[in-house]
Every structure is written in structure tokens, then in C-alpha cells.
Design a protein around this ligand. Structure first.
Ligand code: ADP
Length: 397
């Protein structure tokens, strides 16, 4: 079976086509500037050169139609007909409290995705647009929604509730949801396999990228995670502040005369590593500056690492121990220096790492020493494959 995976943004879309017999990617691509001047599509069939088109695409319907034309093109296409696609897996950011797993899309599912617009105003409308465009262009092909929040729905109430007036939870659905769920799920499945599918497994997954989050996973189920109602909570990130004293918000709003929208932008786009270093939100730039002696770059990265380590400690308690810590995403997969610094804090828990094994990049490895009490894994994440697998599994049922 061939599965198309779609990740639709408001003016962009990313796609990959998988052959599920081999889990191989047949083609991938990116459409940018949908509905804006300069719409373009870059299509890359595996093992071949990319092709690029620039042509007007006024909406997602037009963009997806063009993607389909590319996929069946005799020269650079990878399928003979659109009918070969057995299903489409859509990344949907917010499933609220309603979805604890991926689902085949029907009218009811679309209604709920719409009901979650307020919780993810930038993402859910675009995700739904992608689903509706596919329904028009490939009627009869099943569509599956895979939610970023779903894997975290197993959290107990003591973990997901905020100690605010209870009516905010009842009326406004204010609670912790968590994000990056598809990535945490993928690396959890890999880590469980690497642990020999041990019973009563306790895993801490660290998705460290531009946006970062940790999850505490017991027996394959999330019991806590660092992101909250929105992706702002938790770790220090590229441009997000993560946890702060909430009273800072009204204090700064008053002093600086900021609206709610303005302070929200500050916390999401102008804080984190970018704000502390004063250099960049990109961890490589900040690491370079630190290595050249820039003290604010050092401070930014110290804050990031310290916070990750503190949450590992918290989740060690929440899980009642830990079998493995997993590092994934841009920083987690590639930066030996960040992994080493974070693991150093965890020596008190019995974690010992092998510096040579830790020097690998972008490859699955256990870099703990043999006598370490906790395993330390690098597992490159693959959210697209996870979406394709969930889609296939649902369609097989
Ligand atoms: P996104 O959240 O946008 O998907 P990624 O998971 O791709 O982010 O992570 C991007 C981050 O990973 C960037 O800040 C980048 O600097 C960082 N990164 C990538 N490679 C390295 C590396 N070798 N060392 C340190 N940081 C790295």
C-alpha cells in the first residue's frame, strides 16, 4: 500500500509518499507561498534530482492538485495513478481532549477539529483545509487525522490540570495537552524495541529542536509532558520562554504598555535562546558564539541544558525510576555537546555515558556505558513515517 502524508500550514504544505511494504519514501516535496505571489513547488523523487515549479496557487486545492500531477508524471512521478494511494495521513496539531489516537476522518471528526480552532488558531484551520482539499481531489480515498496532542492524552488528571479556578477547565478547556506527540510516540516505540520490549518500562523522551518538549512514558503511555495548553510551556526554546512566573505577564504588560497579543508574541517569538544570547534562535549559531567566549551565549545554553536536566529529574520521580533517556530532533540527534552536558547532570541518577559513542550524529545508538544504571539513546525521529504507519494500521482494520 502507498500512503501520502500531508502536513499543511496556512501558506505551505509538506508531503511524503511511502511504500508501506518497505517503509521507503518514494518522493517528498514542499509547496510554499500558497495564496501569495510567488507560489512554488519543489518535488523530489527518491534518488533523483528535484524539480521546481513556480506558478500561481491560489489555495490548497490547487496546490494539492499540482502535487498529484507531479506524483503521476511519467518523468519524475512515482506512481502510475492517484488510485494507487491507499490513504492520506494528515498531521493535525490539536485534537483537544477528544482524540487519544489517530482516526479515520468523517464529518464528526472534522467538526471536532473545527471545535479545536481556538486552541490552535494558526494550525488547525490549515490542517482542515488540507483534509477538505484531498476529499475534493481524491474522493473515495480514506483520510486519516494524526494529532500532535493524542499521544499525551493518557496523562492522569493530576498531571494535566492547572491549579486555576475549576470553571476554566470546564468552560474553557484550559488544561495541559502537550505537543510533538507523534515524535514522542515514534521514539518511544523504537526505544521499547531497543530495551527488548521490557515490561514496566520507564522512558524519558527528549524532543530537542527549535521547539522542545520532554515526555515521561510508563509502559508505553505518557504520564506527563512539558508543553501545556499551548507549546509555550516547559523548556527554554529557540524563541519561546518556557516556564516563567505567570505574574511576570501582568507586571510587564503594565510597565511596558503591552496588549495580550503583544506579550504573547514576545513570549513565543522574542524570548528563549534568541533573547538571552542576543544572537540567534539557532542553537548552532549560539554554540559557535559560546565557543568564541560570548558570555550571553553561554548563559542561554546553560539555561537550556539546566532546564532539560531539571525536568529529567522531575520525571525520574514521576516514573519511579528510569530505564532510558531518549534524545531526538535537531539538537537531540546532532549535538554531542548538549547531550553530554545534560547527561552530566544525571550522573547522580547512575547515568554514565561513553564519550566516543556519544560522538555519533543522526543515527540510532545507545551511548551509555555498559555499567550505567540508565540507558541513553539517540533516536532520529520520523514523524512522517509514524503518520504513515498509523494511517495504514487504521485502514487495515
Ligand atoms: P524544528 O522544531 O524546527 O523541527 P529541528 O528539530 O529541525 O527544529 O531543530 C532545529 C535546531 O537544531 C536548530 O536550532 C539547529 O541549530 C539545531 N541543530 C541542528 N544540528 C545541530 C548540531 N549539530 N549542533 C547543535 N544544534 C544543532
Amino acid at each position: 500500500m502507498k500512503i501520502l502524508v500531508l502536513n499543511c500550514g496556512s501558506s505551505s504544505l509538506k508531503y511524503q509518499v511511502f511504500d508501506m511494504d518497505t517503509n521507503e519514501v518514494l518522493a517528498k516535496g514542499l509547496v510554499e507561498r500558497i495564496g501569495i505571489e510567488g507560489s512554488n513547488l519543489k518535488h523530489t523523487p527518491s534518488g533523483k534530482d528535484s524539480v521546481k515549479f513556480e506558478q500561481p496557487m491560489e489555495n490548497h486545492d490547487v496546490a494539492i492538485k499540482l502535487v498529484m500531477d507531479c506524483l503521476v508524471n511519467p518523468e519524475y512521478g512515482v506512481i502510475k495513478s492517484v488510485d494507487e494511494i491507499g490513504g492520506v495521513g494528515h498531521r493535525v496539531v490539536h485534537g483537544g481532549k477528544y482524540f487519544s489516537d489517530s482516526v479515520v476522518v468523517n464529518e464528526e471528526v472534522k467538526k471536532i477539529i473545527k471545535a479545536c480552532f481556538d486552541l490552535a488558531p494558526l494550525h488547525n484551520p490549515a490542517n482542515l483545509m488540507g483534509i477538505e482539499a484531498c476529499e475534493k481531489i481524491m474522493p473515495g480515498t480514506p483520510q486519516v487525522a494524526v494529532f500532535d496532542t493524542a499521544f499525551h492524552q493518557s496523562m492522569p488528571d493530576k498531571a494535566f490540570m492547572y491549579a486555576l479556578p475549576y470553571e476554566y477547565y470546564e468552560k474553557l478547556e484550559v488544561r495541559k495537552y502537550g505537543f510533538h506527540g507523534t515524535s514522542h510516540k515514534y521514539v518511544t516505540q523504537r526505544a521499547l524495541a531497543m530495551l527488548g520490549n521490557k515490561e514496566d518500562s520507564k522512558i524519558i523522551t527528549c524532543h530537542l529542536g527549535n521547539g522542545s518538549s520532554l515526555a515521561a512514558v510508563k509502559n508505553g503511555k505518557v504520564i506527563d509532558t512539558t508543553m501545556g495548553l499551548t507549546p509555550l510551556e516547559g523548556l527554554v526554546m529557540g524563541t519561546r520562554c518556557g516556564d516563567i512566573d505567570p505574574a511576570i505577564i501582568p507586571y510587564v504588560m503594565n510597565k511596558e504598555n503591552l496588549t495580550a497579543q503583544e506579550i504573547d508574541t514576545v513570549m513565543n517569538k522574542k524570548s528563549g535562546i534568541l533573547a538571552i544570547s542576543g544572537i540567534s534562535s539557532d542553537f548552532r549559531d549560539v554554540e559557535d558564539a559560546m565557543n568564541k567566549g560570548n558570555d550571553r551565549a553561554r548563559l542561554a545554553l546553560d539555561m537550556f541544558r539546566y532546564k532539560v536536566a531539571k525536568y529529567i529529574g522531575e520525571y525520574y520521580i514521576a516514573l519511579g525510576g528510569c530505564d532510558a533517556i531518549v534524545f531526538t530532533a535537531g539538537i537531540g540527534e546532532n549535538s554531542a555537546a548538549h547531550r553530554e552536558a545534560i547527561c552530566k547532570y544525571c550522573e547522580c541518577l547512575g547515568l554514565k555515558i561513553d564519550a566516543e559513542k556519544n560522538s555519533v550524529r543522526g543515527k540510532e545508538i545507545d551511548f551509555a556505558t555498559e555499567d550505567s544504571k540508565i540507558r541513553a539513546f539517540v533516536i532520529p525521529t520520523n514523524e512522517e513515517l509514524m503518520i504513515a504507519k498509523d494511517t495504514k494500521d487504521l485502514l487495515d482494520k
